[in-house]
Design a protein around this ligand. Sequence first.
Ligand code: MN
Length: 733
Amino acid sequence: MLIDEETENKEIAKQYKDLLKISYLQLSAVDKKLIRLAFNTAVDAHKTQRRKSGEAYIFHPIAVAKIVASEIGLDATSIAAALLHDTVEDTEYTLDDIERLFGNTVAKIVHGLTKISHLKKDKDVSLQAENFRKMLLTLNDDIRVIIIKIADRLHNMQTMDAMPEYKQVKIASETLYIYAPLAHRIGMYNIKTELEDLSLKYTEPNRFDAIKDKIEQSQEEQTQYIKAFSKFLKTSLDKEDLNYFIKGRSKSIYSIHKKMQKQSINYEQVFDKFAIRIVYKSMPKDEKFLAWKIYSIVTDHFTPNPTRLRDWISSPKSNGYESLHITVMGPNNKWIEVQIRSERMHEIAEKGYAAHYRYKQGDEKDSGIEGWLNRLQEVLESKDSSAIDFVENFKLNLYAEEIFVFTPQGELKSLPQGSSALDFAYSIHTEIGSKTRGARVNGKLVPLSRTVKSGDSVEIITSQNAKPTANWLDYVITSRARNKIKSSLNEEKNKIAEEGKEILRRKLKHLRVENNEKTIQQLVLYFKVNSSLDLFYRVGLGTVDNRKLKEFATTYNNSFLNFFKKRLRAKPGKSIAEGEGFVSRYDKLVFGKEREELQYKLSPCCNPIAGDKVFGFVTINEGIKVHQYNCSNAVSLQSSYAYRIVPAWWIDSGEQEFTAELVLHGIDQQGLVNQVTRVISNSMNVDIKKINFQTEEELFKGTLTMRVNNKQTLKKLKQRLLKITGIEKVARQ
Ligand code: MN
């Protein structure tokens, strides 16, 4: 490609001037000096680099800075950091250089952005999730890191045409999975929408084009409709001396697409393709009053649907969004959503955090974002949640709509929709959560699992003796509560594991097996447990079979040989390649909370194998199809058909609980029943469901129904029962 340098330099200079012009915040002379220096530095740093498209690299940081300055409306520090965001990562410049030239704050933000870039962009979903977690960790330095990263991603998405197709799809899925929800949560709705639309453009181009065409075709019709709507209101609004404008707002391509998919309808059947916005000028003190005045005028002309009233003015969303939404029967008997908001609210809705920040001048703390950061911090600190759990929980919380619940003192708390009384307890304080005994909703005693609704008043009853149980995990949906419950459960487990570790050490010594990391790893595989912690825990509980441990010891010296034998037998690919070693320890797939065995097919698009992280997807014609979590179809399935996803796990069928019935025959004698029940209650992992004893003359017949964890346990129990004097026969029914 021939590049005319002079023309290019002119264009760079023009872009730079533009950047200063379009800044949303007023820039002082000092600000401009800082930005100028950042610009010069970036130009110098990237002077020899070009983007895939062939243009000079510097256009990218300038474009990102423009998004940061204008669309998001951040300060000069952020604009400078955006200009410099790729310097340390890609050029000779070091972080020390940046710090020397720009001081600590800019350097810290650039450092955060460099760290994010360093995370290897890998195909492995767990790795990606782990990266994401690390990325969020950098958030604690400065939220501007994340906002600039989103701007960076937006510009990359806008200029993705030069990339190979497989990369486009990968980047687009990642954007849908991570960046769009983040932008949403921070309240940057415009950017979120653009990210989603661009993602669709690359993941489903035909779909994207089709919807885009349709929207363009209906543009004229929409304009006419808004005109007709406005005409009805104009006289009444003008009479009240209101300073306002009325505008149409189209639903995004992505959200129309999602709606069509979700309800299996075509474009024409999507009824709320656009909304009407009434934006008015107001002094801060009159804002709410005017909103309801306009509401009253609108509903004088058009009948409202009372179930669709949303008052985000009295209770703003925690990201700062304020607006009054109603749906009315408009001209042509069409339901139409009307959003009423002041200019200030409008700016917050468009620009999100930054605008919010601007209106909250001074040192007033922004509780929404602060609270959000604090919650994130808590999740990040809990070391127990695996990276994938973390992302899943986090995503759940990002998309969940909020509800508002009152404490007995009348304080308002926001929770994700679907939260239970127990979630509420944990949201107040961990101490309260973990000591919860019961809950009263609106004065009535309810189960802890009861979902709370907006407007409920919730009182938590605590007791010093209460403590979390495993069941509680089913009662909560917030990651905060889940993590706190898990960590209290784990504390107990850790204690037992600690003892188990010591016991195992003694046993191995006795068996002359070297006690080191490698042996423990082999034992983990040998006993088909998930981790060394699980192994120690089982030893601590006493459920590890001593005979099997001895068997392990005898083959110990031949372990290398075994390893290669198994390796030969193992399926090629995955587990070995990823260094897991040995064959997979899972062999059965179960679905849903009840861990049911269902008919399924492994999806050919990602070919999951035993042990992979998978989920089931209910198809229309072919039953359940199982995909890997990191399957390229997973994101779109998960985001569009969440209701058709069934959780699935690989389990070790040897460890699956089952119900067994034993029938005992023998000669009745004194104390026999007592002995039988003692044997059973002394057996590990046996849970009695039903017992029935009958005697006829001196003959005895007993029927036992129980849940046992595996056949081995059942066999042992049978042997022990047979040892009881008088018992002749023990048979499985
Ligand atoms: Mn970049």
